[in-house]
Write a protein that binds this ligand. Structure first.
Ligand code: LLP
Length: 417
């Protein structure tokens, strides 16, 4: 469900015509619907109503301050993976005791920043990290709450680049090592083990792998409790998929029911780290056709957005639907929709049947709210594009378009040149 729809063949975001925004701010731009973001968050929250839980929205999927503030106001916490994401969260007004910190490579300064800020817990991914956190906490005279991140070795059935809970992935500790780390941590004076966490992968379109992982973690928690270590939080991570094309992922209610059932009678508080399922279909990328050209073997539609703006098609061969902003022509064409970047891998869609377009027409790349702007770059010295949020009949630029000056910010030419 989302609030991008046609009225009289013109695409609207809630009550604002997309072409009005294009006229006002130029193209390309990301566009988020406030109603869709809220609806997705609340739906997810309701799916866990019967279970004590904390939803920690995964900042990496969409880290705009306005988006984070919106979720904060709805009761969300955050899943962060860097000092930068912590900074964003705090700037957005997120209470630190709703923030959990994952990631295999936390730096010492980042750990100290998180300890000083008073985050809820660290999801620890190695023995060395455990020792470092204990040392940092001792230096700051604090006690760090931690969860051990386990690698449950379940196949999430997703793209290899975005599966994280398999034995060969770099994430977490295997079950045996996690138990060992918990016992070790019990002897450390500046950490307290409060949870077990995991994250099996992203864009997962079935509930079974989550349920599998949860059962394995429950077993671990029981073993730990038998040896006197009591656990309060079970963090099942994020990863629930969305519909980009023809996928039919479980509705959050189905996911919620399956997880709650698998958890059974328990005093544990669940932590969930959804990203894509909340923001993915709440955002689009709006771009303008610059040129069309007929190649010898195929046709190209050259648009002003590129792989630096949305890298998912190039990086994962991900499918994003492409729709016209004005649906007015009967004729269709088959073409590659490509950007201006000097790489053959720079495409937004391949071999796509779309409505006939000409230079100046606007196109929309759907389902671009997750891992869209956050993965964008300045490649080819292209300024990063604005992010805009619509609420009912109003829109607000929640991140301005970068300027050429922004491109060289921080650069300097040394005196020896
Ligand atoms: N928690 C942890 C520890 C994670 O590593 C991730 C995502 C999430 C939560 C949120 O997962 P989600 O609910 O969004 O699936 N750039 C890729 C996706 C990478 C996901 C990385 N980890 C893409 O564009 O598909």
């Amino acid at each position: 469900m989302h609030h991008f729809h046609y009225r009289d063949n013109h695409m609207f975001c809630e009550d604002v015509p997309v072409s009005d925004i294009a006229e006002n701010t130029g193209t390309p731009f990301y566009l988020y619907s406030h109603a869709t973001l809220s609806h997705h968050f609340v739906t997810f929250q309701k799916a866990f109503e019967g279970v004590p839980h904390l939803i920690c929205f995964s900042v990496k999927s969409n880290s705009n301050l306005a988006v984070l503030r919106l979720f904060c106001d709805l009761g969300s916490g955050l899943d962060i993976v860097s000092g930068g994401e912590l900074f964003r969260g705090l700037q957005a007004g997120m209470p630190p005791d709703r923030i959990v910190y994952s990631g295999v490579g936390k730096r010492e300064d980042e750990i100290e920043y998180a300890l000083q800020s008073g985050i809820l817990m660290f999801n620890i991914e190695s023995f060395q990290e455990l020792e470092l956190i204990n040392r940092c906490a001792a230096r700051l005279n604090k006690k760090a709450s931690i969860a051990l991140r386990v690698n449950p070795d379940v196949d999430p059935g997703t793209h290899p680049y975005i599966s994280t809970g398999l034995r060969q992935n770099k994430f977490g500790l295997d079950m045996k090592s996690a138990a060992e780390a918990c016992r070790l941590a019990a002897d450390f004076s500046h950490v307290e083990v409060v949870g077990i966490s995991c994250h099996i992968g992203s864009q997962v379109t079935e509930v079974a792998p989550f349920v599998d992982a949860l059962h394995r973690i429950k077993e671990l928690i029981m073993t730990l409790e038998a040896s006197g270590i009591s656990i309060s939080y079970l963090n099942i991570g994020g990863g629930l998929g969305i519909t980009y094309d023809r996928e039919s992922p479980p509705h959050p209610n189905e996911y919620g029911r399956a997880i709650s059932d698998a958890l059974g009678e328990s005093s544990l508080t669940l932590i969930l780290e959804p990203g894509r399922v909340i923001v993915g279909n709440a955002g689009i990328l709006v771009t303008k056709v610059l040129y069309t050209k007929k190649g010898k073997s195929k046709d190209f539609v050259i648009v002003d957005a590129a792989m630096n703006d949305l890298v998912r098609p190039s990086f994962y061969e991900a499918y994003h639907a492409v729709e016209p902003v004005v649906r007015d022509k009967k004729e269709t064409i088959n073409a590659d929709i490509v950007g201006p970047i000097c790489e053959s891998g720079d495409f937004l869609a391949k071999d796509r049947n779309i409505q006939y377009v000409e230079a100046g027409d606007l196109l929309v790349v759907m389902s671009a709210g997750a891992y869209g702007f956050t993965m964008s770059s300045n490649y080819n010295s292209r300024p990063r594009i604005p992010e805009i949020m619509v609420k009912e009949d109003k829109f607000h630029i929640v991140r301005a378009r970068e300027s050429h000056e922004d491109l060289i910010k921080g650069e300097s030419i040394p005196p020896f040149l």
